[in-house]
Design a protein. Structure first.
Length: 240
């Protein structure tokens, strides 16, 4: 079995190659290492190889790691899981980014709860790009209204868009989703040129395709940290 460090270097090599293949600069795509359900020791191993941005989905699991790694002052935590409105406080107090904003109420709560001595929380609006009934995220038509709310709140900074397309093995379908996202993101950038610079799309299975369609951040878990246990921590855990 390969180590986290070895996996990490394989992923960064693939990322570089995907940039080259798309005629893009190597540093134009950020790697978010998705460490959900994995121990702080594996985050530390990845950090030691130079990785700084980590993605987490489950609050309690994340807070344990954030506390354990508190001494790493340049580490950057991204919350990428579904967020209920009664769970916003720990995100406001402990994270640098929220990538899954999908409603105004959550934006307003995060703004109120963001400590004044912290930099504004960087926010991506999650887009339900496949129009699936059960998926979280806003529909494309609702992006401008939510973006305007985020932009008006001093505790938040609007950074861009994020999506999780439907699971599909058809590259043409995925390419169409990524292409739509790129267009929505370009439009948003014209409205907020000073802050919007991030388009988060692409995971372990579709990283190269997402990069070919303009992704500026890929979120990679399994290929760095290994497969996760089938049963992940309960997302409905109570935490205030
Ligand atoms: C788990 C997760 C990932 C990483 O998925 P892998 O298939 O393990 O690379 C990326 N984005 C989100 C939102 C996730 O929840």
């Amino acid at each position: 079995m390969s180590t986290t460090a070895e996996n990490y270097h394989k992923v960064t090599a693939r990322l570089r190659q995907a940039c080259l293949d798309s005629g893009r600069a190597e540093n134009s795509v950020r790697l978010l290492a998705v460490s959900k359900t994995k121990p702080a020791s594996q985050v530390l191993e990845c950090y030691a190889e130079g990785q700084r941005a980590f993605g987490e989905n489950y609050l309690q699991d994340a807070l344990d790691k954030i506390t354990a790694l508190d001494h790493l002052t340049d580490i950057e935590w991204h919350f990428i899981g579904p967020l209920q409105s009664n769970k916003t406080r720990p995100v406001a107090e402990h994270f640098h980014w929220l990538e899954t904003l999908d409603r105004e109420k959550i934006a307003r709560r995060l703004n109120e709860q963001r400590p004044s001595d912290m930099a504004p929380l960087k926010v991506l609006i999650q887009v339900n790009i496949s129009g699936e009934a059960q998926k979280s995220g806003v529909l494309p038509d609702d992006i401008p209204a939510l973006a305007a709310v985020v932009d008006s709140l001093p505790g938040l900074t609007l950074k861009g868009l994020m999506c999780i397309p439907e699971a599909s093995s058809d590259d043409d379908v995925l390419a169409e989703r990524f292409n739509s996202m790129q267009q929505l993101w370009q439009t948003l950038r014209l409205s907020y040129p000073g802050s919007v610079d991030t388009l988060s799309m692409g995971m372990s299975a579709d990283m190269a395709l997402a990069i070919a369609h303009g992704s500026t951040e890929v979120r990679i878990g399994t290929d760095i940290f290994g497969a996760r246990a089938v049963r992940e921590p309960d997302t409905k855990e109570t935490h205030s």
